[in-house]
Design a protein around this ligand. Structure first.
Ligand code: SF4
Ligand code: SF4
Length: 441
């Protein structure tokens, strides 16, 4: 079996063994949820409920007329306790709907179509996906209906389903592929029908042998869908790296996968699409890995979106020892949290709790010009140069070094022997470069 890959990249310690054999189980129903009105890339939503309203589980509670947006729904039935600004995992205070759960758990089935699945048109599938509030569950949170709406002037040849899960520690996609392989394929077929794409590829890293075996079995009667295996390397799951390794096609600078005839989506998103179309279930539940030496029982769970991080840590048996760092998402691209009193959002795929010994110290030393950051960068950038320009506020020079092409994978910071916080400065540089571009328009 040939194994595909891209140039550059890194091999971090993966720590997947902590939860790779832990079957997915359901977390307890939360007593209270917090649903931020911005948990997608795109326009913010407006609340469509008021304090004191009773809502059903699955009822839409926030929406907008904008196309690039995904509505939000209540993941419990209960009463709206407040609508106020709450700190989210991204660190901002965002207007959110706080709901106290009742005991009934009554489900709102208004999304369910009366038609047979086979009779649904592409547009009808896309409309259901939009109404269900589905976003990319690999972490990007880009609205899925937008991705699947192919403009008339584009011809899409391949649909790539991303089962790479190259972030260390995380095992949600892996467990989904082991436990729900057929559902993933059925969800993928719905997305292929919605976007009118005929050829499908499912990409999986070679550190997931059970997932590879189960997914191969699940597509054995589908001659138009292939399983391809990739070397375990970070960031193999980045869209641009995946497309290059699979098809040899290069997404142009500032372009999209659509520009090279490809749509990429994540395996867990395929399950969300299947459940929306077949059961009328909006995106109110997802999977998460809770792991690290700082929790008693590392596990993989289905949980109600909006559950507080502290409640999910209790599901993993609570803290073990003295936690020094809590990261939401993966350790390479996730965000460290100063508090566990934050709600989960649609993109929350992991909670990683680390002890002091495993936490890199913020103790940058002078650069030794080893060029390891350059050799690791999958986008062929000069991370040291970008970081320096940003640190010394030479923001007007950043465009010359193509700062916006940085995919924020964190490989450069991880590999740097001088512990320089390269990505932190590059992120600031990207924001400042955008501001400069906007002000000159
Ligand atoms: S510069 Fe950006 S894309 Fe390159 S390694 Fe660093 S974070 Fe990744
Ligand atoms: S990896 Fe670190 S020490 Fe090496 S050149 Fe890059 S910034 Fe300097």
């Amino acid at each position: 079996m040939s194994v595909l890959t891209f140039k550059q990249g890194i091999h971090p310690e993966y720590h997947k063994e902590l939860t790779k054999d832990e079957p997915l189980r359901k977390a307890k129903r939360p007593k209270e949820i917090v649903i931020p009105l911005q948990q997608h890339i795109g326009a913010p939503l407006k609340p469509i409920v008021e304090k004191g309203d009773h809502v059903k589980k699955g009822q839409k509670i926030g929406d907008t007329d904008s196309f690039v947006a995904a509505p939000v729904h209540s993941s419990v039935s209960g009463t709206v306790k407040a609508i106020e600004k709450v700190r989210t995992p991204a660190g901002q205070k965002t207007l959110s709907v706080i709901i106290e759960a009742d005991k009934e758990d009554v489900f709102d089935d208004s999304l369910k179509s009366d038609k047979e699945i086979e009779q649904l048109s592409s547009k009808e599938i896309i409309d259901i996906i939009r109404e269900a509030g589905i976003v990319g569950l690999g972490g990007a949170m880009f609205p899925t209906h937008v991705k699947l709406s192919v403009p008339d002037d584009k011809n899409v040849e391949y649909f790539i389903l991303n089962g790479i899960e190259c972030e260390p520690f995380l095992n949600v996609d892996n467990r989904m592929m082991i436990e729900r392989s057929k559902d993933i394929v059925n969800g993928m077929k719905l997305m292929m029908k919605a976007s009118n794409v005929k050829k499908g590829i499912i990409g999986i890293e070679d550190n997931k042998p059970r997932a590879i075996a189960n997914m191969k079995k699940a597509v054995e009667n589908d001659s138009n869908i292939e399983i391809k295996v990739f070397e375990t390397k970070y960031p193999q799951g980045g869209e641009k790296m995946l497309i290059k390794a699979t098809l040899g096609r290069e997404v142009p600078e500032g372009g999209l996968p659509l520009d090279v005839g490809v749509i990429v989506n994540n395996v867990t998103t395929a399950i969300a699409v299947l459940e929306a179309v077949t059961e009328g279930k909006p995106l109110i539940e997802r999977t998460i890995t809770i792991t690290g030496e700082g929790v008693k029982k590392p596990c993989n769970l289905y949980y109600s979106i909006g559950t507080k991080v502290k409640d999910l840590i209790n599901e993993a048996g609570g803290f073990e020892g003295d936690p020094a760092k809590i990261i939401l998402g993966g350790p390479m691209t996730g965000s460290a949290q100063p508090t566990i009193d934050v709600p989960t959002v649609k993109g929350t795929s992991g909670i990683i709790v680390l002890h002091k010994k495993s936490v890199a110290k913020f103790d940058p030393k002078p650069c030794i010009k080893c060029a390891r950051c350059v050799d690791s960068c999958p986008m062929y950038l000069l991370p040291l140069k970008l970081s320096d320009l940003s640190q010394y506020e030479k923001y007007d020079k950043l465009d010359e070094y193509d700062v916006q092409s940085c995919i924020e994978c964190g490989s450069c910071s991880y590999i740097c022997p001088a512990d320089r916080p390269l990505l932190d400065y590059i992120r600031i540089g990207k924001m400042e470069d955008m501001k400069l571009k906007k002000s000159s328009q």
